[in-house]
Design a protein around this ligand. Structure first.
Ligand code: PMP
Length: 301
């Protein structure tokens, strides 16, 4: 699914066949989750294949490495360039791109002294946009910001995501909504969350979340379309039965929520401002103008 005999990946200055690439088994990244990564997408647009928010993602990768004290010397510009080459070599256009920074052999609990950059990419056509997810409040909290650098995209954090996502699926839901240690809504296992009430969007502030690049893009879209939004702490009670809600992330894009804890969102999705944001996002990733959506705002309510 992710690679075959023809797939090429980037590994420390070289493009190598995915089936021949090797790593050692004596490292902190594998044993302790001490690695940082990104999730990026490229799209086929009228201007050719374009990596969406490429610089923002690679800047965050560098920031994550820095917060983890992992030495890492690539510039974002270099990584963007390498990624375009990699896409071309693999004949990819609509793709998911996974850069990963792993540490050199060292089994101690001290910081890394040397790292390797791996970039993998595989074909991805989105299956999420048409979905309406049924989500459930998780029994797992997000990692405590007093114990982890939650604003960094660190491999080890995702054990929490696996526990929460699997629990939700085992209970018959599509995804989990995780709270922070004080019971406020934080985010999903791999996406940020918004809800809509009385023509206003709400999302948790930075603090206990990975403040996503898609979340920032939603703010950008709202600013351009004149949609009101607010970052604030809220409990699941406030979100249940609101007008609409969505998850947002690079992989998920903007995905509509049908219900939280089996309580449905009230509006018909198509009539919500959230649906307008979703439509604008689809246009934006394809490098198409979306400002024409603005005048429809008056009709939306
Ligand atoms: N929160 C978590 C826990 C995530 O894994 C992701 C996906 N990277 C996001 C939020 C959304 O981030 P982005 O929009 O930058 O993909």
């Amino acid at each position: 699914m992710y690679y075959n005999e023809k797939s090429i990946l980037y590994y420390d200055g070289e493009f190598v066949e995915a089936t021949k690439a090797k790593t050692d088994l004596y490292g902190q990244s594998l044993h302790y989750g001490y690695a940082v990564f990104e999730g990026i997408k490229s799209y086929k647009t009228k201007n050719g294949t374009r990596i969406f928010k490429a610089k923002e993602h690679y800047d965050r990768l560098k920031k994550s490495a820095e917060l983890m004290m992992i030495p890492f010397n690539y510039t974002s510009e270099q990584m963007v360039e390498i990624t375009y080459q990699l896409l071309e070599m693999n004949g990819l256009s609509n793709a998911y791109i996974r850069p990963l920074v792993i540490c050199a052999p060292n089994m101690s609990l001290s910081k890394s002294h040397k790292s390797s950059l791996v970039i993998e990419a595989w074909s991805w056509t989105n299956g999420y946009l048409a979905n309406h997810m049924r989500i459930v409040t998780s029994s797992f909290q997000r990692p405590n910001p007093g114990a982890f650098r939650v604003e960094a995209k660190v491999s080890g954090h995702y054990v929490n995501s696996i526990l929460a996502c699997q629990e939700a699926k085992d209970k018959g839901f599509d995804e989990a909504l995780l709270l922070d240690a004080d019971g406020y809504v934080a985010e999903s296992s791999g996406a940020n969350v918004f809800f809509e009430k009385d023509s206003r969007l709400y999302t948790p502030p930075a603090g206990s979340i990975l403040p996503g690049i898609t979340r920032a893009t939603v703010f950008e879209i709202c600013d351009r379309l004149g949609i009101n939004y607010e970052e604030k702490l809220f409990k699941p009670e406030e979100m249940r039965g609101a007008d609409a809600g969505f998850f947002c992330g690079t992989a998920a894009e903007i995905v509509a929520l049908e219900s939280l804890d089996n309580i449905a969102f009230r509006m018909n999705w198509e009539n919500s401002l959230s649906a307008l944001v979703q439509k604008a996002y689809e246009h934006l990733v394809s490098e198409e103008d979306y400002t024409y959506l603005k005048p429809q705002l008056q009709c939306a309510h």
